[in-house]
Ligand binder design. Structure first.
Ligand SMILES: Nc1nc2c(ncn2[C@@H]2O[C@H](COP(=O)(O)OP(=O)(O)OP(=O)(O)O)[C@@H](O)[C@H]2O)c(=O)[nH]1
Ligand SMILES: [Mg+2]
Length: 430
């Protein structure tokens, strides 16, 4: 093929395969992907992203015609981010190098994107996967729960398998999301941010095959990384909403305790709701405070700080400090009254228990709120008197700390061709 022909006919599809010690399967994956691209008539390449594999993965991948990128820093998400940045194609397909995804079905994923009908197409695994391909815990517990959370965090996304690692997308659209995760939680982060950016996300069934070689997935630590990622991106979902529910339950049970101080009859026993009410009120406030802190950090990192609301936010710590002191003082006052009544009367005051529970919640919640109001402005500004305080905000007041390490960052893209990442191209297949 002449140089002119290559110039007018650029690579359309890059298949990115993160690879860590997959010598037994990576070659077959590369073959399958190249054959599928050829069959579909797409000009394409296969890009294997290696993370210091200790076996012959790199050698095998190159021998089968893949371009290989070395990423020094570990992690599935990190490898994919490097691969997407290094991809030549305007459409990227991501998959595993372990033969689980049927790469002969690449056209099903690429087609809607090439036709301009979607920005991301997810290869759904569960409906056509034999039960032997996935542990029960992943299929019936982990994937459905994470998918439910991802869908809610992404506002309106309709995918049924958020944990599939077989996806095709417009490279530019994904770069514009500024993905930052380094591990398996990359899969959740991509869909949540894509949903929020109103990218067109669709799904097509691609099945799932039994893995060759050893899994790199750790059910619990990687599961937790997903949950943590969703928590950070959607604190309203996992902290603010549960916090409000707990507050409502706590307040409701406190009223029940005051109305009927003898407690509720449960069979031959009586249940005193004041204790659980105190716990719910305390946990509810803690969840709200944590949710607020996380959503503020999230807004700052994504630059979604609006000037008009900035004043309301600035006064919030002061409001928390005042409310906290008032609540704690009210709790102490109730305790003092109960103490005086206890000293001066010889019988137990019937509403003493619900009132003592309320006083306890007010003191703990008040102290938490006041502590938050006191500490938050200091934490938000960074170290007290830090000379970098001013430097960490850009001209629109956005927090720029930590923003360098995200996909699509141009300086990082440049370094990808430099020290951390070394690109190696095999001779092009004719
Ligand atoms: N480059 C690189 N690749 C990784 C890393 N961790 C995992 N991979 C690759 O990413 C893909 C996904 O990892 P898997 O172990 O298959 O995880 P999984 O698909 O969630 O789990 P299984 O269902 O057991 O396959 C595989 O091709 C791995 O070789 C890493 O740290 N660096
Ligand atoms: Mg896999």
């Amino acid at each position: 093929m002449s140089l002119e022909a290559i110039a007018v006919d650029p690579v359309l599809v890059t298949v990115v395969l993160p690879c860590l010690d997959e010598e037994d399967s990576v070659g077959e994956c590369v073959d399958e992907a190249l054959a599928a691209l050829e069959l579909a008539g797409y000009r394409g390449e296969v890009l294997v992203v290696d993370n210091n594999s200790t076996d012959r993965s790199v050698e095998v991948a190159k021998a089968h015609g893949a371009r290989v990128v070395h990423e020094e820093r570990p992690g599935y998400g990190r490898a994919l981010r490097t691969g997407i940045e290094a991809a030549d194609g305007e459409i990227v397909v991501m998959a595993d190098a372990d033969l689980t995804y049927d790469l002969s079905k690449i056209a099903r994923l690429v087609g809607p994107i090439a036709d301009g009908e979607a920005d991301i197409v997810v290869g759904e695994r569960l409906s056509e996967a034999p039960s032997s391909t996935m542990p029960f815990l992943h299929r019936r517990v982990g994937t459905p729960i994470l998918t439910m959370l991802v869908r809610r965090a992404a506002a309106g996304l309709t995918v049924t398998d958020s944990q599939s690692g077989y996806r095709a997308f417009r490279r530019e659209a994904i770069l514009s999301l500024g993905l930052r995760s380094t591990g398996m939680e990359f899969a959740s982060e991509m869909l949540i941010l894509a949903g929020r950016a109103r990218l067109r996300v669709t799904e097509t069934s691609t099945g799932y095959r039994e893995r060759t070689g050893t899994s790199k997935l750790n059910t619990f630590s990687d599961g937790w990384r997903h949950v943590r990622q969703i928590l950070l991106l959607a604190p309203h979902l996992m902290l603010v909403a549960p916090g409000l529910v707990l507050l409502a339950i706590g307040a409701g049970l406190e009223v029940v305790g005051l109305v009927d101080p003898a407690g509720l009859a449960v069979g031959s026993l009586r249940w005193q709701p004041s204790f659980i009410s105190g716990i719910a009120l305390i946990l509810g406030v803690q969840a709200l405070v944590a949710g607020f802190v996380l959503s503020e950090r999230q807004r700052a990192l994504t630059g979604r700080v609006r000037r008009r609301r900035g004043h309301a936010r600035a006064s919030l710590p002061a409001a928390c400090l005042t409310t906290g002191f008032v609540a704690a003082a009210a709790g102490i006052a109730i305790d003092a009254v109960l103490f005086v009544l206890w000293i001066h009367t010889n019988h137990t005051f019937s509403r003493a228990i619900p009132l003592a529970a309320l006083a306890q919640s007010l003191v703990v919640d008040g102290a938490s709120l006041a502590g938050f109001g006191l500490i938050y402005p200091i934490v938000e500004r960074g170290a007290i008197g830090s000379p970098d305080d001013e430097d960490s905000r850009d001209t629109q007041g956005r927090d720029t700390r930590g923003r360098h390490d995200q996909i699509g960052d141009s300086s990082r893209a440049r370094s990808a061709a430099g020290s951390a990442t070394v690109l190696e191209r095999p001779p092009r297949r004719s």
